[in-house]
Structures are given as C-alpha cells and as structure tokens.
Design a protein around this ligand. Sequence first.
Ligand code: AMP
Length: 592
Amino acid sequence: MDRPSVIRKTAHDLRVTPNLVDYEGERRMFTWAGARAALAGLPDGGLNIGFEAVDRHARGPRQARTALRFLARDTAPRDISYAELAALTSRFANVLQGLGFAPGDRMFVLAGRIPELHIGLLGALKAGVVVTPLFSAFGPEPIATRINLGRGQVLLTTDALYRRKLRDWRERMPSLRHVLLVAEQGGPTDEPGTLDLAGLMAQAGESFTVAATRPQDPALLHFTSGTTGTPKGAIHVHEAVVTHHATGRYALDLHDTDRYWCTADPGWVTGTSYGIIAPLLHGVTSLVDREEFDADRWYELLAQEQVSVWYTAPTAIRMLMKAGTALAQARRYPALRFVASVGEPLNPEAVHWGREALGLPIHDNWWQTETGGIMIANTPAFDIRPGSMGRPLPGIDAAIVEHLEADGEPPRIRLIEAPGVDGELALRAGWPSMFRGYLDNEARYRRCFADGWYLTGDLARRDADGYYWFVGRTDDVIKSAGHLIGPFEVESVLMEHPAVAEAGVIGKPDPVVGEVVKAFVSLKAGHEPAEALRMDILAHARRRLGAAVAPKEIAFLQVLPRTRSGKIMRRLLKARELGLPEGDTSTLEAGA
Ligand code: AMP
C-alpha cells in the first residue's frame, strides 16, 4: 500500500494545545538562561537535579499528587506522592551521609524497576553523590568492569541480583566500601559484607538539606560503548537538568496533569533522563512497570492507567506490530495524546501503524548518552515525515559535516550546507546536558569536538526543510533492542574461553531488535568446530556478559580477516555475512 510521505496533525492529535506551536518562532526566542529560569535553583546560583525533580514540588500544590506509580503483575500498585518522595529520598540521602559518603563520591545502582532504584538515585543526587545506573540484565563481567572503571564506592542493589551476579565477584571490586541491599527474597538480608537498606532507611531522618551542588558539579556517570577498548564513562553535571526540563516540554509535550509512561530501563540513559528525571521535573504522574514486555499487558496499562504521554522504543513498537493490530484495537485509549520513540531507527511503517493501532502517529526523536537529552525530534509543532528523526529542538543547532582528513587530530571538518548529502551529524557544543568528559580519557573526549561542534559518530542527512534522517554509524558499535553494545567487550570475554583463539563481533540486521550480536571465532590448536563447543562458548558468554549482551549466534572460521597491523576487520566480516561488496581490502592481511 502506498503510504503518504507526510503525516499531518489532526484536531484529535492537537486537542490539548501543545507546548511548542511555533517551531521557528520558539527557536528564535529561546535561550538556555530563560530555560534555566523555569527551575528553582539553590541559593547562590547552586543547582541540584534531585532538588528540582522532587523537593521543589514537595511543599506546593503538587505535594499530594502521585509522583511515581509502581506496577507489577502480582502485587497492588504502589503510589508515592511528591511529599512522600521528598521524605524517602531525604532518608536515603541521610543513609549515605551516615555511612560517610560526601558530595563527589560515587554510587552505582543495579536493580530492576523498583521504588528503591528511584529513591536511591534521587536521594544520592540530593546528597551530591554521583550516580551510575547499571542495566540489571548485565552479567557480572560488564558490571564489575564499570564499577572498577568508575571506582564505585557504594552499590545499591537487591539481594537476588547480588547473590546471582556479584557475591562471587565482590573481591574483584576493591573500591566498593558498602553494598546496600534491597530485600526482595524476604528480608532483612543477612548477606555478609552488605547492609540491609530497609533497616537503615527506617532509622534515618526525613529531613535533609540538599547538598550545595554547583551547576557544573558531576551528577551522573553513564557508561556507553565504543568500538575499541573498555566502556567510556560519560560525565554529566547538575546543569543537565535544564535540558531535561526543556526537552520534556518540547519533545514529550509534558503538561501538568499528564500520566506519563516511559518504557526504557533505568539502567540506560533514556530510563534515567526521561524515565526518572524529566517527568518529575514537570510534576506529572509517572508510571513504572516492573514486568518485561508483554503486548497485551502494555495495551491494558495504556488503557487502564489512562496514560496520556507515552515514550517507548522502536524494538518495542515492532514487537507490538508483530502481535497484530487487532490486539491494540481491542481497547480504546481516549487519554492517550502523544507517543514518542527513541533509540534506533523507527521504520516509516511503524509511524503509520501508530495512527492505525493507537489513533496517534509516533514521534521519533534522536539523542545519545553523550548528549544527555533529546536533541532532534518530531514535535507537535510540525508534520511528521515518517522515517525522519525530526528537527533540532529550540536551543540546539545541528549540522551535517564532512571530515577533511581520515584521522586528523584534532579533527578538521567542513559543514555541508547543501541538503540531501550524507555526512556526520554534529551539534554546536554548549547545551546544558552535554557530557563534560569521558572518565579518565581526556584525549578521547577532545577527539569528539572540532571547531566548536560535537561530532556524534552518527551518519545522517538533512533535507531541504531541515528534517534529519538517520543513515548509520561511523563505527562498529551494535544496537540491539535499543541497547548499545561494544564489540570489543564481547570479543574480550569470548577470548577468555579456553578453546577460542580470536574473536570478531558484528551486529547482524534483525527485523525486530534492529541488530543481533553475532560472533565469529577461530579456535586454538587441538580444538575442532563442533556443536557442543559452540554451545559451550555461548553459555560461557551468557554467564559472563548476561543475555542482553552475549552473542546470539557464533560461527567458526579458520582465520579471521585482519589488517596487516593486526586489527580484526569487523567491517569485512559484516560484508561477507550480508553478501555485500567487500569494499577496500588493501590493508587486509594475506590469506584472510
Ligand atoms: P545510546 O548512547 O545508547 O543512547 O545510543 C545512541 C545511539 O543510538 C545514537 O548515536 C544512534 O546511533 C542511535 N539512535 C538513537 N536514537 C535514534 C533514532 N531516533 N534513530 C536512529 N538511531 C538512533
């Protein structure tokens, strides 16, 4: 069926006047100083994300409003009002202070979508403690790698996750001074070397003076993956809250009375910036569902919980599409008025499907760990071009650039003015949620900037009307079900298997999750390719990396293609896997 290339807004879409109506006008008028003025701030120019998200609402008209509504299959919903959230996060901040933690110290969080995760993260921010959320589906290896790189001093997790993943690894994380356990398996927990969080919270006071953090003080450390080397810790500061607030307004169209649901896991940046912080900044009610994806349950939640703004991801949308439009149409969603998606390319088909199944088109938007917040978006203020990521938000200047030398350092670039040309997507540096460094890697950070532009590592194109279209990545990182996976981290674990000589890992296109992780391995002398060995290597990878990161497929090769300098040519592995032209192989080692 021919689909229109533009989706126009209907009166139904715009039945609540959007925050952003005049895109060009707002861009002209917008200043970050003005955006900052919408927040309260602390005395003497201080700024604290936890204060803005929670305490600011705790005494005003929103105090009795539900801030967070936690849903799970077998238990009754748990509602936490803004006033309660202020008290609970203060208790948590007191717990940290009582244990001797001070502003600038580092806490890691490894938990499913439970209240203690939100309370811990926001409480730590109020205490000035820098927080790193970890994905709870990570295996012990990625968890320990990140805690060690970040020199985490305190870990907040659950007894179940600790026993399953970390107890045997504790010795390998020497920087950890305390582990705070949420008792899920019937408390209190008596795990040696840990503290029972519930007991500490019960003893802690409910009043806490928010740490006098400055706008440029670190607040969050988010790990992200590159092509080579260990994961990179992107440092974000308290000033990021200005972007979280402004983008919640423009790209998610949050209004005071919204009931909002973000399906992203809080172990990743979307789940933190837009699952926890942005909705609270706007004083709305935010739903948090503990359960994993289930099409029927999701539709039921959208309908029954009267969700009005929904922020989800392309993989989830494709899984819903697979479950059939009829399932969606079996219910009505009169409260729903805005749907957005992020994290991977959103197929044009999915944007149209939104209209058919939910009565609303899906608004794709773009950002990444380093940008801290949404940069480019389809907003209520203009028509959607299905397949496009939208246009830069007020306060954000984007450009398509070309590198003048292959590996110039510092990079030398030229802005491509003409529309319709592929190049690297760049953003003019200086928005408040821009990362302020890669932990312990200043050189890598500097390489991300040229002539005042931040280079995103994504390839894109701009059309004549200023819409941006995603083309691909400039590097080999893999996006699987919206999660960014570094091939190097997977290869390193595969090579620890006694039979594996070398490993090369690629993202293999998949119609539902975008890409699946596929590994190619060659074997050490004395080992023969066999199904049992393949299963053993897969099991080893799953145990160490967790199911979300481990390869789904492993193929044996005699030798892996390498450059003459010894680097595995993942690009070539991918081209061969997909039956594509091999491109420039002039640096290929003979015989590969
Ligand atoms: P992460 O840092 O894990 O959030 O991943 C960011 C990367 O995800 C970006 O650099 C893009 O490659 C990809 N990405 C995010 N949003 C989109 C989108 N709307 N369309 C296409 N790719 C996206």
